[in-house]
Every structure is written in C-alpha cells, then in structure tokens.
Design a protein around this ligand. Sequence first.
Ligand code: MG
Length: 388
Amino acid sequence: MNPQSVGEAVAQMGVVVAAAGSSRRFGSDKLAVPLRGMTVLQRAVACLRSALPQVPTVVVVRPEDLPARREELTQWGPLRVVPGGAQRQDSVRHGVEALDLDDEALVVIHDGARPFVPPEDVRRVVQAAQGCGAAVLAAPVGDTVKEVTDQGEVVRTWPRERLVRSLTPQVFRVGLLRRAWAAAGGESWTDEAALLESQGFKVMAVPGDPRNLKVTQPEDVSLLAGLFPPDLRVGQGFDVHPLVPGRPLVLAGIPIPHERGLAGHSDADVVLHAVTDALLGACGEGDIGLHFPPTDPQWAGAPSRRFVEFALTRAEEKGWRVVNCDLTVLAEEPRLAPYRSDLVASLAQLLALPPSAVNVKATTTEGLGFVGRGEGIAATAVVLLARR
Ligand code: MG
C-alpha cells in the first residue's frame, strides 16, 4: 500500500495514541524524556502523523496532564488530546469512542511510549487489518525464552520459532472492538489484540522492525537514542586584541608572564572572546558585542569567563551541550607551548568538558602582519554543540 491509498481511506480510519500510563516502572514521566530534541511522546505521535498524515488522531493522556500535553503536541496538530481512564484498556476505549468512527472503520492504536516505528510498518499493519479486521505488528524473539518460578527455577523452555513480541500499532475494525468490549465485562487485558484473541477473533501478526521498542526502563532511552541521528551545530569565533605595555596578559583565564598584555574594555582575554563567539554562533545567538557592548561600563575590566558562562547558559537553555572545542592562538610572542596544558585545563573546566575534548594550538604568523610584528594576539575557536 502506498501513502496515497492510505490517504484515500482517511474517512474510514482514526489513530489513538495511548499516553495515559503512570510510568511506574520508569520512576518518572517517561513520555516527557527528551530523545534527541523531542520528547518520547512527541516522537511517537510524529511517527504516526508522518505515516498517516491525513488521519484524525486522538492522544489519550492522564487528566492531570491535559494542559501540558496539549501544549507539547500543538505543532503536530490537528489532533485532539483527551483524558484517559483508570487502566490502559479504559483509555484506549475513550480514545476510540472520541474518534466517533463507524463500525466499518479501522482504528490504529499506538503506545505513546514507542518513539520509533517506521512508516512502512504502520502502512503494512493497516493493510493487513483492511483484509482481516485485526492485525498487530510483531517482532521475532531472538533469545531463547524460559518460564521460571517465583524463585527463579526454570520450569520449561518455549520453542521460540512460534513466539513473537507484540508491538504497536495494532489495527482493528472498530465494530470488532466494540463487540469484544461488550462481551468482555469486567476482565482486564494487556492489549486489544489479546482481548480479541481470547474471544476467538482472528488476529494477524505482521512482521515489524524489532527496534520498535517501548520505553519501560530508564536504560531503554539510551538504546533508542542510537536510532535517531544526532542534531549538531558548529560555531566559530575570531578575535584580536592589541598588545600594550602596562597590562597583564590573560589567556583562557590564565595569567601568562609577559612584559606586555592585551588592551581592551574587559580583561581582553582574546581566547575566551573567541570561544564565547563560537558558542554564541553555534546556538544562533549573535556575537559577544551584542550581549556585552564595549560601551557598557559594567563590563570594564570584567573577567571574560563571565562571557563564556553566559554563552554556555544560552546554549544550555536552548537544549544544547558542548561536544568539543578546538582553538588556535596566533602570537609571535610569548611562546605558549609551556602553557598549553594549563590553557586546556582552564578551558575544559570552563566548558565542563574532559580535557580530551579541548585542543589548544599556538602558531606564529612567520613574522607577517600585525601578529608577526608583535602588535597584537589573535585567536580562533571552533565548538561543536549536540542536542541533549
Ligand atoms: Mg575581544
């Protein structure tokens, strides 16, 4: 089935994302955990929206989470966020009925804690359900599965050839679900497929991507993070200050013994100014002069680490962390080689990086230009930011 033919079935289809769980096993709200720049729930919703863009979608959440979830999901609209019930099965039912579909329609039910499902898998399970009325995505079981007692004693080994892991989406003809619900009374079931099987309805298992994992434990998040390409930004900074008598020379926050120092409004730490601009550049925040104008008296003689700290905070507020920093200092004198490890240590501490992620290079300009004549020192910096 291609996306167009799914699109043609829009009027007969709806999506329910079940997101009303308590995250008890996870320990905190697992749906709000960031996963490469989106929350787990946003990724789950985005998967379904991208596979079935025209299909009406309802996200079922805990009543107390309604305002926050609506806010979180506005950019994936149009979709509706509705309150769930006491158990997953109640929430799914609320979601299905909120869609107000005919019995002949298909409903696609997906776990809000499954942030990765390929669009092809969604379309294949929909196609299977169009044929037989009930289909679930399922992945092969790689490990041998054993049944054990409460004490851990092995009771038996199951033949794994016939076993699959049940995933979502699960897709059902709405009329089948309604009949199963009516017949179920007060029973509980782990998912809607289990309910239908128990009542003798035929449910087809459609092979799906085994990486379609449900976030249950905190470790699952790092497993899943590997599935999404990292979001990276690079920034570069360049700065120059004149060397003059009667000023201390401060580079990367470290006083360097020399008969002249750098002139400037602040402490004129050319290295930290270049690093600040690289950080601001990477996170799209302009440059150092925008935030700390040299005309503002409050920055007279200021230690430049404050500028770096400001830029770091801006980057962090926008969800970025620093990956590494590479720096080149252009100076005819003094020789910086003896201070290289001190400069690295100081920058690493300022940027909260391991020293292995900070590199400092020093070069002369072979006597050429203002640096070659010893009139000033220049510095260039490159930083890489990654989305947390
Ligand atoms: Mg400067």
